[in-house]
Design a protein around this ligand. Structure first.
Ligand code: SF4
Ligand code: SF4
Length: 501
């Protein structure tokens, strides 16, 4: 029995004085909200289907449309919030696990917003990035812990394989299948133009994108979809995905409906079959097992590629990272609990994992305390929203950041949080050809380049204000940070002083 108790979440407000019944909204809405009523001689809306993606609002030629959050309220209280009540109704109707996309929206602390950055005044001059050199390039990979000399007395300069980035930001893993061909094309082209890297995610690498290999991280996840020797050798680095911030401890599921055409070929699975990645890698039950996979991948690529191990930020992350740093991996990627996803069980997304700020600070400290910080570079992701977040992350000990949601926003995403439906009206999280073509890769890649160029400028300005002229000098420089409104324990874990100290 299905009983619909829930009033629509959004209302479509149509100004009939402006509406010319051009039916653009009807054509643009994959959720079939708008239609033309012959009987009434005007456009009408079915608000139950609206997800507030704002596509119709953006493209309405007469600005006749507005989508507003419904003010119809349930009788909520501090314990039973509207969202909680609605979720109960939904589950009572469906009997199913609730699915969501994008990151954790709960009002848990965002530590980036409680950390403030220092600036030079009087005694230490700031640096003007317009007039003085400023280095934003970083190299990710294992570094020697001390200077070594050969028998001839010369310093040994050979390093294990490194990733060179023009700025300390990369595009995080998003698989072909969860996002569209044109979204991947935009990311690949922008990464190439910028001199940074994008990441295939667990869906394999479309044959058209092998040419961007120098700027590609190829991922190996528990499903091993699309993994073969050419794939491993195609990228500049290989990432083993052990976990993901939006859904730590569980696998992935791309519905069979999205496994069509090229997606099926690229993943090397039959059309229409669900792509289910197991929760664990079935060959990894210890750090020794992880080490075996790290070295198998290095062996398969002639020890020419750095290997990244990506983990979700969880309670004992510092100990986990210590193990990974001893496994032979070159880079650890830590994904915080606000990290986005194309689809995750709502309950997992909203309740599992820890903030990446705390995870990063404790990992960096643990690795330094153990004298193995140089074994690995640290990359953090999970809601890096601006250049300021990047600067704070670097000062807390990161070598670089991963961004995904911010990159999708640059491509036109309006955070409607329904990627799991496959009906993304902006052509991003969809495989429907009519929707995919809405995202023009020329425009998409140009917008990503603009975003990163703006961030790079801002990073240089903030560093200059601190009197610092390189990412190298900023890394782990926690003296440049102060906390506001944080308790002793939080400050201790972050390793920073309170504002005013
Ligand atoms: S789903 Fe998007 S395009 Fe459709 S009515 Fe709602 S806001 Fe407009
Ligand atoms: S990618 Fe598309 S479906 Fe997903 S949140 Fe953004 S606009 Fe919505």
């Amino acid at each position: 029995m299905s009983v619909e108790f829930i009033y629509p979440e959004f209302e479509v407000i149509r100004n009939y004085d402006r509406c010319i019944s051009c039916r653009v909204c009807e054509r643009q809405c994959a959720n079939e909200v708008h239609s033309y009523s012959e009987e009434r001689g005007q456009m009408i809306s079915d608000e139950t289907k609206c997800v507030d993606c704002q596509r119709c609002v953006s493209l309405c030629p007469t600005r006749a449309l507005k989508i507003v959050k419904s003010d119809c309220t349930l009788r909520e209280n501090a314990n039973w919030q509207s969202d909680t009540i609605k979720e109960i109704y939904k589950q009572a109707n469906s009997g199913g696990v609730l699915l969501s996309s994008m990151g954790n929206p709960k009002p848990l602390p965002v530590y980036w917003d409680r950390i403030l950055i220092n600036a030079s005044q009087v005694t230490n001059p700031s640096i003007d990035p317009l007039r003085e050199p400023m280095e934003t390039q970083v190299f990710l990979g294992k570094k020697p812990s001390r200077i070594e000399r050969g028998e001839d007395g010369k310093i040994k300069c050979e390093l294990p394989p490194q990733i060179a980035l023009s700025l300390p930001v990369m595009f995080s893993a998003m698989s072909y299948g969860s996002i569209s061909y044109n979204a991947h094309a935009s990311l690949a082209r922008a990464a190439t133009e910028l001199g940074i890297l994008y990441n295939t995610g667990e869906g394999g690498l479309h044959e058209d994108f092998y040419k961007y290999g120098k700027n590609t991280i190829v991922q190996v996840a528990s499903g091993r979809f699309g993994v073969h020797e050419d794939y491993l050798n195609a990228g500049s680095a290989i990432e083993i995905k052990m976990g993901q911030g939006a859904k730590p401890g569980i696998g992935g599921h791309l519905p069979g409906a999205k496994i069509v055409g090229d997606v099926s070929r690229t993943r090397m699975i039959p059309e229409g079959s669900d792509a289910i990645s197991p929760a664990p890698h079935h060959d990894i039950y210890s750090i020794e097992d992880l080490r075996q996979l790290v070295f198998s991948l290095k062996e398969a690529t002639q020890y020419k590629k750095p290997v990244i191990v990506k983990v979700a930020a969880v309670h004992n992350i510092a100990a986990i990272a210590s193990g990974i740093a001893r496994s032979g991996a070159d880079i650890i990627a830590i994904d915080g609990f606000r990290g986005g996803t194309g689809a995750a069980p709502t309950r997992i997304r909203d309740n599992v994992g820890i903030p990446v700020e705390l995870a990063l600070a404790s990992v960096d400290k643990r690795l330094r305390d153990e004298g193995i910080r140089g074994n690995v570079s640290l990359v953090v992701g999970g809601s890096i929203r601006s250049a300021a977040d990047v600067v704070k992350a670097i000062a807390l000990g990161a070598d670089a950041c991963y961004i995904a949601t911010a990159a999708l926003l640059a491509l036109g995403c309006h955070l409607c949080r329904t990627c799991q439906s496959g009906k993304c009206n902006w052509g991003i999280a969809t495989q429907r050809p009519d929707l995919v073509k809405r995202l023009n890769p020329d425009i998409g890649s140009a917008r990503l380049v603009n975003l990163m160029t703006a961030w790079r400028r801002e990073i240089m300005e903030i560093m200059g204000g601190m009197g610092i002229n390189s990412i190298e000098a900023l890394r782990g420089n926690r003296l440049m940070l102060r906390g506001v409104g944080l308790n002793e324990k939080e400050l201790e874990i972050l390793g920073i002083s309170h504002a005013g100290e």
